[in-house]
Design a protein around this ligand. Structure first.
Ligand code: FES
Length: 158
């Protein structure tokens, strides 16, 4: 007795793997290896409980990013992000939070879109705005922390 059902599911698995490989090969012509890795295996993605500061930004494309910071003695101990945007926004959130982790608040104020782009070995022109979204969100979260620290209240929002 043959097991046609099992053969079909193996065919579907093989087809899915072939399609995935083709998509990655195409993407490899557009994105750097670093950018692809940050898209497929992002660091610091997820919600953060009891963050010391967080900020949400809606980008010019309509996608949103939230960045959370855990800060001890003015040093960013942990940074995390969420995004409902494209793979590139995920790569930029990953790189922005990676660059911020371990830096003092003052150092992290210098994390620009250009630095995020450099960390990813560049992005296509059509997705440069994703790095701006990540940078602005990080700077807003830092500003949020500074407002709280200066006693401007939990409700002070940027
Ligand atoms: Fe909107 Fe990347 S953040 S296209």
């Amino acid at each position: 007795m043959t097991n046609k059902g099992s053969g079909m599911s193996e065919d579907i698995d093989r087809l899915a793997k072939e399609l995935q490989a083709a998509v990655i090969e195409d993407a490899g012509e557009i994105y750097s290896k670093k950018a692809l890795r940050a898209m497929m295996e992002p660091e610091n993605m997820g919600e953060m409980e009891a963050a010391d500061a967080d900020a949400l930004t809606k980008g010019i494309c309509g996608d949103r990013m939230r960045i959370y910071l855990k800060i001890e003695n003015d040093r960013i101990e942990r940074a995390a992000f969420l995004s409902d945007g494209c793979g590139t926004s995920i790569a930029c959130g990953s790189m922005a939070t990676r660059l911020a982790t371990g830096k003092t608040v003052r150092e992290a104020m210098g994390i620009s879109p250009a630095e995020i782009l450099d960390g990813l070995d560049g992005l296509p022109d059509s997705h440069i705005h994703c790095s701006i979204l990540a940078s602005i969100t990080l700077q807003k979260a830092i500003a949020q922390y500074l407002l709280k620290k200066e006693g401007m209240g939990e409700d002070a929002r940027i």
